[in-house]
Design a protein around this ligand. Structure first.
Ligand SMILES: Nc1ncnc2c1ncn2[C@@H]1O[C@H](COP(=O)(O)OP(=O)(O)OP(=O)(O)O)[C@@H](O)[C@H]1O
Ligand SMILES: [Mg+2]
Length: 279
């Protein structure tokens, strides 16, 4: 489905930002990308999307619809590039919604690039398309808010609308960069519960900072450290594996500093919150 091989990105001074990043995403997979801040997670997605030019490597998107067409994501240009971007449903942390528009209009914008500019200017969307957009909103439990102005929604609701917009686009793959970073635990859980069944139909690649969430919902985890893939496998990582990936940052991520002194506990009997979730 998505096959990335030896993706490399360098700074002009030769410093490697991505060092031969490879990953494969197949049908039915929900792949979580983990890694410390600055590891190269977003940059990997940006190169796949053609927003940043990679220096070398390959990235191929094979779509089963449209006669099983394959797109060479790193070299395609012009109309071909626009076509392959339409096959990738993007869900970003900042929601990327137009706040002054109605919720339903924001969902339909997802397909704007697909219809002829003259038709969009003369006629807008058809009733059938509006019904389909409403169905996408129903899927994320936001259909009752279809006529609301998007700017009046909460962050969790906006993220649901952003997912509905990606669903309406009918992509071959979803790429999500920190889709739950701005949300509280309950909304984060809600979004993961939406993404997991979606991935069974259309694969999802998502960047996360919550190993407990990827352990619970993802089918596979890929970890990036200093621009290199250092892990690709079972989403339930051990404490040592997480420590290898995050280094010192692990403690900040998994164990917020206590406000009151903790009672002395033998080091060997300590268990991190994230590991408790694996039980
Ligand atoms: N266009 C660019 N030019 C120069 N450096 C860049 C560019 N894009 C990204 N970088 C650098 O590449 C590294 C990886 O950035 P990236 O945005 O992928 O991090 P990340 O893993 O997504 O981190 P975070 O979890 O904080 O979002 C960072 O050091 C960043 O400053
Ligand atoms: Mg990032």
């Amino acid at each position: 489905m998505l096959h990335v091989e030896n993706l490399t990105k360098k700074l002009p001074d030769g410093r490697l930002l991505l060092d031969r990043v490879s990953l494969k995403v197949s049908r039915g997979e929900f792949v979580g990308i983990l890694g410390a801040s600055g590891a190269g997670k977003s940059l990997t997605l940006r190169c796949i999307l053609g927003l940043t030019k990679a220096d070398s490597g390959t990235a191929t998107l094979h779509t089963e619809a449209c006669g099983g067409k394959s797109y060479d994501l790193l070299t395609c240009k012009g109309r071909e590039q626009r076509n392959c971007r339409r096959r990738m449903g993007v869900i970003f942390q900042g929601f990327n919604l137009v706040k002054r528009l109605r919720v339903l209009d924001n969902v339909m914008i997802g397909r704007l690039a697909r219809i002829h500019p003259l038709r969009s200017w003369l006629y807008g969307f058809t009733d059938a398309e509006a019904a389909e957009a409403l169905e996408a909103l129903r899927r994320v439990k936001m259909d009752m808010h279809a006529d609301r102005i998007t700017g009046s929604l909460s962050g969790g609701e906006m993220q649901r609308v952003a997912i509905a917009r990606a669903i309406f686009q009918k992509p071959a793959i979803y790429l999500a960069d920190e889709p739950i970073a701005a949300l509280d635990p309950s909304n984060s859980l809600g979004i993961m519960k939406l993404l997991a069944p979606l991935a069974q139909e259309t694969p999802v690649v998502g960047v996360f900072h919550q190993p407990e969430m990827t352990a619970r919902f993802c089918t596979r985890v890929v970890a990036i450290k200093a621009g290199r893939v250092v892990y690709d496998g079972d989403p339930r990582l051990s404490h040592n594996q997480l420590q290898d990936i995050y280094g010192d940052e692990l403690m900040q991520v998994l164990r917020p500093a206590p406000t009151t002194p903790e009672p002395a506990i033998a080091e060997s009997s300590r268990s991190l919150p994230v590991l408790a979730n694996f039980a």
